[in-house]
Design a protein around this ligand. Structure first.
Ligand SMILES: Cc1ncc(COP(=O)(O)O)c(C=O)c1O
Length: 378
């Protein structure tokens, strides 16, 4: 059986299917609610869901967030697309992490902007490199319009940048005058609560209205709902609303999410997810220890869905991919996650998603992959 570590799919066994069925039945049995859910709805979003999100973000992000700061979108992909359309025109420059999220990079490319990769270090963007890049660009008359970044549980590396680095990043944004798209898709899936709380988001540290933060229910509820949001200053929200075509985001999906989340059920559900995904993360890290050769290094994510592996011995990525296929296991080839010129062959990177498989499958797939790797690094 082929086992796939390639995609950051939520575990379907963790979808709250029964609770969705009950929520749907409640919606449809109340004529007033059913009519609102089935009718065309406001572009901004379904009011009860907006209220629920605003209350939650106020509690987790600090006060001052209201529905004026929110726009419900078709997944956070929709929010990233709107932010890109708001901030970027043909020929503009946008900075991205190297590596970055493949899906977002293609959305950013659709805006016609040029993607300039900035190297990452041990805990997120390498800000010294970034400062030099910005100075070089300034010298040649280029001002990037925006940075797309995932400071928390980064895709693909799993890294989280500390608060001090976030503050430095905001200073760079001020000095070189660019906006920030902060993709915070995995924030709720934090597994190491005992080692302290998460650093505040860029959005909550920002005092200049430079950050558009995107979020999603894809990883916590279900991607099939296609529900995400943008959190931004009201002026940016209003302008993105004007760019939002297609008659808005499904009111029915939003009604199901809002009805599901009533009376704290969303928080209870997230607690359950954290337990389950933490066990998967632990299973993957332990399998890597046992099955991978000493020439490999990997990140130890405190949240999210991914472990990023570096093979330090110059394995050809294509050869590794085919030998993994022969072992019956699939993963995301690291070079796909780099904008612009392909990553040089050494080190070879692999992104492994621990989210979708069961604990035994994680063990088995890492074992198979370890065999493929050992076959090539000796
Ligand atoms: C970092 C990151 N951002 C955004 C998304 C987009 O998800 P969605 O559009 O379903 O919210 C994903 C999905 O894999 C992701 O990993």
């Amino acid at each position: 059986v082929a086992l796939s570590l390639a995609f950051g799919l939520p575990d379907p066994g963790l979808f709250p299917t029964e609770a969705f069925a009950e929520a749907t039945a409640r919606i449809l049995s109340d004529t007033r609610v059913a009519t609102t859910a089935l009718q065309y709805g406001p572009i901004k979003g379904y009011p009860p869901l907006l209220e629920m999100l605003a209350a939650r973000l106020n509690a987790t992000e600090g006060p001052g967030i209201s529905t004026e700061n929110l726009l419900i979108t078709n997944g956070s992909s929709g929010a990233i697309g709107l932010a890109a359309r708001l901030l970027l025109d043909d020929g503009d420059t946008v900075l991205v992490e190297a590596p970055s999220f493949v899906g977002a990079m293609s959305i950013l490319r659709y805006s016609g902007a040029k993607l300039v990769p900035v190297q990452m270090g041990e805990d997120g963007l390498d800000l010294a490199v970034m400062g030099r890049t910005l100075e070089d660009m300034a010298r040649s008359g280029v001002r990037p319009k925006a940075l797309y970044t995932m400071p928390t549980f980064h895709n693909p590396t799993g890294l989280t940048s500390p608060e001090a680095a976030r503050r430095t990043l905001l200073e760079l944004a001020h000095r070189f005058d660019f906006m920030i798209i902060e993709d915070d898709a995995y924030r709720d899936l934090y597994y190491d609560v005992e080692s302290g709380s998460l650093p505040p988001s860029l959005y909550s540290l920002d005092t200049e209205g430079r950050v558009i933060r995107t979020g999603t229910f894809s990883k916590t509820l279900a991607p099939g709902l296609r529900l995400g949001w943008a959190l931004a200053q009201p002026v940016a929200v209003d302008r993105m609303m004007l760019l939002k075509e297609e008659g808005g985001t499904s009111p029915f999906s939003q009604a199901v999410a809002a009805e599901f989340g009533r009376d704290g059920a969303f928080e209870t559900h997230v607690e359950r997810l954290v337990e389950a995904y933490r066990a998967k993360r632990d299973a993957m890290l332990s399998a890597l220890e046992r099955h991978f050769p000493p020439q490999a290094r990997w990140t130890r994510p405190t949240g999210g869905f991914f472990v990023w592996v570096a093979l330090l011995s110059g394995v050809d990525s294509g050869v590794l991919a085919s030998s993994a296929r022969e072992e019956g296991v699939d993963y995301m080839r690291g070079e796909r996650c780099f904008a612009g010129t392909p990553e040089p062959g050494n080190p070879t990177h692999l992104r492994l998603a621990f989210s979708a498989l069961g604990l035994d499958e994680i063990e088995e797939s890492v074992k198979r992959l370890g065999r493929a790797v050992k076959g090539l690094v000796g």
